[in-house]
Each structure stands twice: as C-alpha cells, then as structure tokens.
Design a protein around this ligand. Structure first.
Ligand code: CIR
Length: 253
C-alpha cells in the first residue's frame, strides 16, 4: 500500500472516563478495552496506507483522544482551534507542536471565536461549519478568512458537532442523520438509518471507516460502491466520540 499521507492520532488517557458529556448520560467506560479499540482503529488507518503520527502528552486530558477537535487541516495549512469547551483548550498545544514539526503553516482561531474541528465538514471543495454548539459565528468567520475560502454556516440543532449529524463519502455525498439535520442543506445527500452511521470517515480510495454500531449504514455504504472498514469504538461512543474525531488526516500532496 503506497503512502497516502499522515494520520495524526492521540492515545486515550487513563482518565478517559472523565471526558465531557453533553447529550449522553455517563456510562462506565472500560479503559483497557478502549486502548485495544484505539489500537485497532490505528491499525485500520495503517492498513489503508496512512503513516501514523502520535500527538504526545495526552495523559492529563480525558478528551485528548478526540484530536480532530484541536486542528483543521486544509492543504498545507493547519488552523489550530479554540475549542468551545474551555476545559479542552490546553489540548491544542501539543497538536500545534506536532503540525509544526510536519512543516504545515500554522494559524490560530482567536478569542472571542470558538471552533471545534468536529464542526468542520470538508466535502469536495465545500467547507461546512456547524454553529451554535461548540463553534460560534466568529469561529466560522475566522476559519473562512484563514482558509481564504468561503464556508457555509450550518445552524446546529441538538447535535454535539456538525459531524455528529453529517459526514462525507469519498465522492462528496453527505450521509445525514435526518432526525438532527435537514438533508436539503447539502447538494448531494443520503439519509442514514442510524445515528452513528452518519459518521463515516473516508480514508482513501473507496475505503470508508465506520463504527460497528452502524451495521445498516455499512451495508448502504457498500451498496453505494464503497468498502466499509468496520471498527468497534463502543468505549469512545460512550463519550460522544466517533470514527471521525480520533484522527486528523493530512493527505500527501
Ligand atoms: C467532547 O465532548 O468534547 C468529547 N467528549 C467528545 C468529542 C467528540 N469529538 C468529535 O466528535 N469531533
């Protein structure tokens, strides 16, 4: 398998079970199982050709494993975020150091703006930003300015992040969970039957990472001509995480 780029990941912390919760009730987390699930998730990325690069110093941050929220990468530019949850803001320092080591240009979202990477959906040339949850209008406007690219603001209903309700297949088709978001917001959309099923991650070629909790969507993805790569991330789902948020893909140019 040829090198398709770098995948940033971050180890789950021993205190993972203390992560932020917004919509779910706290449930017991099996941290040992979480480590194993994370290792299998990383192996799926490696198998797809990604060179895995670990962002260090995760141990003190329960939500550090959800590294996607700390940076938005587009081309050679890395926009270090200002997470909407104040307790997550210190997570960005190690991410910034890592993207600098990779040689990416670094810019920052600055106060009073807030922006979580989980609210930024890049589908083909389009950039959608979910606002009203962790990300505010200032965050969307700053991102647009830093990327020098228009962004489409999407008002969020009761979703943690935009990508809790909509993510994209390799051809740009957006899988939408219609109970949370209007599919008509997107030019090409498919509704999916399961909450976790709208959260897919295109990992190169026709491969699509998808959670084991979304078997019906995995079938749909197959019917649409993609190859579902199924990973069990049950322990991270208890903390409102998904397949999209545990890595940041930096495609080779
Ligand atoms: C949080 O509430 O910040 C974490 N417990 C979950 C973050 C998940 N991130 C994502 O979907 N992008």
């Amino acid at each position: 398998m040829h090198d398709v780029g770098i995948a940033l990941v971050r180890q789950p912390a021993g205190c993972l079970a203390d992560g932020q919760l917004t919509h779910l009730q706290r449930a017991p987390v099996d941290v040992e199982l979480a480590y194993r699930q994370h290792a299998a998730y990383v192996a799926a990325l490696t198998e797809a050709g990604w060179t895995v690069r670990e962002v260090p110093d995760a141990e003190q941050f329960p939500d550090a494993v959800f590294v996607e929220d700390t940076v938005v990468v587009r081309g050679s530019l890395a926009v270090v975020t200002r997470p909407g949850a104040p307790v997550r803001r210190l997570e960005t320092a190690a991410t910034e150091a890592t993207v600098r080591e990779l040689g990416l240009r670094v810019r920052h979202i600055s106060a009073p703006a807030t922006l979580d990477g989980g609210d930024v959906l890049q589908a083909g040339a389009a950039v959608f930003v979910g606002v009203g949850g962790r990300t505010n209008e200032d965050g969307a406007a700053q991102l647009s300015q830093l990327l020098q690219h228009p962004v489409v603001s999407v008002p969020l209903g009761p979703s943690l992040h935009l990508k809790s309700a909509a993510t994209a297949l390799p051809d740009g088709t957006v899988l939408v969970w219609p109970q949370r978001l209007d599919p008509a917001l997107f030019a090409a959309a498919r509704v999916v039957p399961e909450e976790s099923g709208c959260r897919v991650l295109a990992i190169g070629g026709d491969r699509v990472l998808i959670a084991a909790s979304a078997p019906r969507t995995a079938e749909l993805v197959r019917e649409l001509g993609c190859t579902p790569v199924v990973v069990d991330i049950s322990e991270f789902e208890k903390l409102e995480g998904s397949v999209t948020c545990m890595c940041v893909l930096v495609p080779a140019t």
